[in-house]
Design a binder for this molecule. Structure first.
Ligand SMILES: Nc1ncnc2c1ncn2[C@@H]1O[C@H](COP(=O)(O)OP(=O)(O)OP(=O)(O)O)[C@@H](O)[C@H]1O
Ligand SMILES: [Mg+2]
Length: 570
């Protein structure tokens, strides 16, 4: 009797290899989709599936990368030049444009090109099981726009271990990807901490790993949070304030709070709430030159801007008369001008001045009379909010403009890290002058260690003007929560893929999920994160936000936006 022979330790066939009892079926990428959606790896090869992925990437020298891009552009040029491309013309134009864009990105080193090889390996205890797993994998890849292939007669090359530059790889294995394309492969599974020492901003939606960001380690310390109503912006901002104070107890926080939502939080943090409609809190004189460090010319310019924000329907000759009066007021003397003094400065001549004098009654006897007089407010707490609740909505841009001036100066004077929170920032984006002012503030805040946390429902609010776009460009991190829609302009400005844009319109809301789904954009990184609060944090923040003065629930902003004539008195 001959003894049964043991099977060989390894065995290989068309498209598979067995090692011991494990069958491995490799799969290669023939063509990448035009866009790689973030976090796609978790969907293609979830941790629960018996699929391994191996990624090899070598950076192309910059000269070679530029050569490749120029080559692609010349091909598109030549084909466009020949004409007769018919329906393909627009596609070629897109190709040419994207080659141009990439060329610029390579030249500025914001992107690089990489020679990338990827191989997936489906495993199973039997050949049919491993092959079936590979088939499912190929289907998942196809759904994302990948074209894959089975290396039927190149199994050894496909499964060769990485790291050997001389090793032969199957034909078509190497492809060229940009840095962004390569970045899309990283699941962040074990790179949870992005910036040690930062605050927890969320948990990765693919594997729940925590992500920490440190605004003071970033070139600009300012961030933006965007999302439709109820998406969780104010909650996320409150959580950020709370966590910032935990991590950096020395960090000062100043909140410009149009809806009066943050008072509860500020009180819980031992801070001071200044209610603007409440005369006892003390007065902030909108005309106080101390808010521009005593620079009277600078202040005169701001005053003209804030009054135009208050009276958007001023006619040219009225605006000119007002500007002249403001200049005279600041040029003469060294004292602290007031709105009453400005009204006197208007003089009595001519019809434009007539109507302006009428408008100024708002400061003498009308709803803004509390603003008329020198500054008396003194606050020294490290956490302060200015609560604008209860003021007429059409006056909010005016108040926010001088408050931003005041906040800027206050932050500039104080040492250490500082955070300025501006909710409902669209109120400042309504007027070109106030948007410009916001832009200037954001650009300079970092010079004295301050960062802005800007909240608004729709990034479009700021995309519409050059200064608004400059504000957005100066945010080092942007968190997008559920958005009602994402326009093509918005997609292109933030470099969001179609999949990301589509996902944002369906991101889960806290009311359904108990947390907010979000996409954080941080330089080249696009991180899908759940903004989650621990139980004590949730109790503190949600109670604090619900509490208005005296503990009632906060009201929404009253009424529709003002009609063009709403600034007329009487
Ligand atoms: N991350 C979260 N976890 C749990 N609950 C949340 C979270 N974010 C928001 N919420 C809850 O969802 C509700 C709406 O949140 P929030 O007020 O922050 O929305 P918003 O985006 O600021 O809306 P609006 O534009 O109307 O101001 C609140 O009741 C809040 O407590
Ligand atoms: Mg809010």
């Amino acid at each position: 009797m001959t003894p049964a022979r043991a099977p060989p330790a390894t065995e290989e066939g068309a498209g598979w290899r067995r090692a011991g009892r494990r069958f491995a079926c490799p799969l290669l990428v023939r063509q990448f989709p035009p866009e790689l959606p973030f976090g796609f790896l978790a969907r293609v090869a979830p941790p629960s599936s018996p699929v391994d992925v191996l990624l090899e990437a070598n950076r192309l020298p910059p000269g070679r990368a530029l050569e490749l891009v120029h080559g692609a552009r010349s091909v598109a040029d030549a084909e466009l030049g020949v004409g007769g491309a018919g329906g393909a013309t627009s596609e070629l134009e897109v190709e040419r444009r994207s080659a141009d864009e990439l060329g610029r990105a390579l030249a500025s080193r914001s992107q690089e090109l990489w020679r990338v090889g990827v191989r997936w390996v489906a495993a199973g205890p039997s050949r049919p099981r491993a092959e079936a797993e590979r088939l499912r994998l190929a289907e998942r890849l196809a759904a994302l726009g990948f074209r894959s292939r089975v290396p039927r007669y190149e199994v050894a090359e496909a499964l060769a271990p990485p790291g050997d530059p001389g090793a032969r790889r199957p034909s078509g294995y190497w492809q060229t990807l940009t840095t962004d394309g390569l970045a899309a492969f990283y699941p962040f599974g074990d790179e949870a901490v992005l910036q040690p020492g930062g605050v927890l901003v969320g948990l990765s939606l693919s594997d729940a790993s925590p992500v920490f960001l440190d605004r003071w380690a970033q070139a600009s310390h300012s961030w933006g949070i965007f999302g439709t109503t109820g998406a969780g912006k104010s909650f996320a901002a409150a959580l950020t304030v709370l966590r910032t104070r935990w991590m950096r107890p020395e960090a000062e926080v100043l909140i410009l709070d149009p809806l009066g939502e943050y008072g509860g939080l500020v009180r819980r943090l031992g801070g001071t709430v200044v209610r603007l409609r409440d005369a006892e809190a003390g007065r902030l004189n909108p005309l106080d030159p101390a808010t521009t460090g005593g620079d009277r010319r600078e202040k005169a310019g701001r005053v003209a801007t804030m009054l135009r924000a208050l009276w958007p329907s001023l006619r040219d000759e009225e605006a000119a008369a007002l500007d002249a009066a403001v200049s005279r007021l600041y040029a003469g003397g060294t004292g602290e001008p007031t709105l009453g003094a400005l009204a006197d400065e208007l003089g009595v001549a001519g019809p434009p001045v007539e109507r302006l004098r009428g408008l100024f009654e708002l400061f003498r006897t009308g709803s803004l009379r509390g603003c008329n007089g020198p500054t008396t407010l003194r606050v020294d707490a490290p956490v302060v909010s200015v609560d604008l609740a209860g003021l007429p909505e059409e006056q909010l841009p005016f108040h926010l403009t001088y408050l931003l001036d005041w906040a800027y100066h206050r932050l500039a004077e104080r040492r250490g890290p500082k955070l300025l929170l501006l909710d409902e920032a669209h109120l400042l984006a309504r007027h070109p002058g106030t948007t410009e002012f916001l832009d200037r503030s954001v650009r300079h805040l970092r010079h004295f260690g301050a960062g802005l946390l800007l909240l608004t429902q729709d990034p479009e609010d700021l995309l519409a003007t050059p200064s608004g776009r400059a504000v957005l460009r100066n945010l080092s991190a942007c968190a997008f929560l559920r958005l009602a829609e994402v326009s093509a302009a918005c997609r292109s400005f933030f470099g969001l893929t179609e999949t990301e844009a589509e996902w944002l319109t369906k991101a889960r809301l806290p009311v359904d999920a108990g947390y907010a789904e979000s996409l954080w954009r941080l330089g080249p990184w696009h991180l899908p994160l759940a903004i989650v609060a621990s139980t004590p944090e949730f109790e503190l923040v949600s109670e604090a936000l619900r509490e208005k003065d005296g503990g009632e629930a906060a009201d929404p902003l009253p009424g529709p936006p003002p009609s063009p004539g709403a600034d007329d008195p009487g």
